[in-house]
Design a protein around this ligand. Structure first.
Ligand code: SF4
Ligand code: SF4
Length: 93
């Protein structure tokens, strides 16, 4: 039996530790409550607790007051070659 390689979750955002001022706004705004940061802890960066559940809305990046967040889209989104028309079904005229 062939063992499956461990699936490493894609990290949906990158936070620049030099820029982040630990303001907690990204934790507050994430609509999925995926970003967690201990309030007032200036030593630790926010973390994405559930990376698989990110839907790449970009709100965390948009609200960050110091531009510390970059949304990192996975390859399967960037290089998606799905024929959208095929998903819509046949158009009847
Ligand atoms: S991109 Fe949206 S869903 Fe993903 S971590 Fe940021 S705010 Fe949350
Ligand atoms: S919004 Fe930006 S500065 Fe504030 S905690 Fe999140 S990454 Fe850090």
């Amino acid at each position: 039996m062939t063992a499956h390689p461990a699936i490493v979750p894609h990290e949906p955002i990158a936070i620049d530790p030099e820029k982040c001022v630990r303001c907690d706004l990204c934790d507050w705004i994430c609509p999925g409550d995926l970003i967690h940061h201990e309030e007032g802890n200036k030593d630790k960066l926010p973390v994405v607790a559930y990376p698989d559940e990110c839907w790449y809305c970009g709100l965390c990046q948009a609200i960050c007051p110091v531009d510390a967040i970059t949304v990192v889209f996975p390859d399967r989104m960037v290089n998606c070659r799905t024929d959208v028309a095929s998903l819509l079904g046949k158009v009847v005229e």
